[in-house]
Design a protein around this ligand. Sequence first.
Ligand code: HEC
Ligand code: HEC
Length: 395
Amino acid sequence: MMRRHLPSLLVSLVFAGVLAGALAAQSPPAPGDPLPGLTPVEFELFSMGQDDFLEVEEVEEGLGPAFNGTSCGGCHNVPAVGGISPVAELRAGVVDAEGVYRDIDPASGSLFQLFSIPTHGCQIRIPPEANVIARRVPIPLFGAGLVEAIPDDTLIALADPLDLDRDGVSGRAGLVEDLATGEVRVGRFGWKSQHATLIAFGADAYRNEMGITSDLFPEEQSHGIPPELMRLCDPLPDPEDAPEPGTGRRGIDNFASFMQFLAPIARGPVDDQVLMGQQVFDDVGCDTCHVPMLQTGASSNPLFHQRPVPLYSDLLLHDVGTGDGIGQAPAAPNEVRTPALWGLRFRRPLLHDGRAATVSDAIEAHAAEAAGARAAYDGLDPSSRAALLAFLGSL
Ligand code: HEC
Ligand code: HEC
């Protein structure tokens, strides 16, 4: 990881200030733009983070031994840096005779990297005892800083794990230990709500996807490769993501800043049909899980202080009949976190495993907790259904 140094930071501040001012004046932001109204320093952090996010890593910088990609941007680039891609990664585990899920090697988890650096034979393999194999597609990062700033209490208040209101929908707030702070928090990032903060997710991704360890995730995943061989394949001492002298910032700090300041995708044009579709969305009960608007909590930074977050998600774990069979803290094998629908018009394929090519296919996959909404959707007359799809196409 090569990082920009402070002198260049200072030189570009004036420049960034002008640019940030210009961006704040024009709205709405284009995909990949930062949040409007960044300070010059925030803009510099955003753009340094974007550089690191796009940087292709080499073996000498810690890549591997096992990896899925060589840069964050390699999998997060449609329709702009921070988005998605059709790349799918593999998870695998075992369901025992009692039907209980377990990871094959608890220290390595359920992710099996597809590639290996070319020396010493450290390519990992999915072992024969694996009887659950699942795919996962990327999640776009637009607006992630606003999502991070939604208070845990908001999500806990939305949850109804025992379905006390008997509407058939029982969302669960998944609690995780945030490795950056040690606090127990409500997970909201990842298909399984596996992380609560961007720094923790980014550090996990740096290790999981690229094999680059940090002080949050200091161990390589060996998946049964003996330690002697691992040392040959990866002689660099861990943690590999060392702080930059001078700034003290690690790569993971820069990724977090980029994601924190990345603006949400702005709404597309809204016409009468879209407005009618929005009403249908609520009438059918899609809004029970795809909650149209949440709000950030109190923050000393005005960008994140009590801001509306029109994300169309409750960020809770649900069983909608699509679960991938992988138990991953804090989610049960059949649970998936409600995806946000903002920016949906730029997203294909859909669902956690990319099995749905179109929005209609994605809706038709909904069952279990979403059975009521699905039945109501199936009963829509053609013009209401067209309006609903027009509304979803405006997100
Ligand atoms: C090989 C492809 C790949 C690479 C490389 C990659 N990601 Fe991802 N990213 C994914 C996939 C797949 C998911 C969904 C994973 C899941 O939930 O199981 C994801 C999800 C995320 C999320 C969760 C977003 C949300 O709102 O839930 C964040 C944050 C993220 N990635 C950041 C990063 C960062 C930072 C890097 C670089 C260090 C990175 N990713 C590299 C594929 C990739
Ligand atoms: C019980 C909660 C619930 C209800 C009700 C619900 N959804 Fe979902 N929705 C989910 C979950 C969870 C997923 C992710 C499933 C997966 O990826 O396996 C999802 C996925 C989606 C996706 C794919 C998004 C993506 O990025 O892949 C779309 C589109 C969608 N829902 C639209 C709707 C519409 C339209 C309705 C109403 C007819 C609806 N949903 C009702 C929970 C719900």
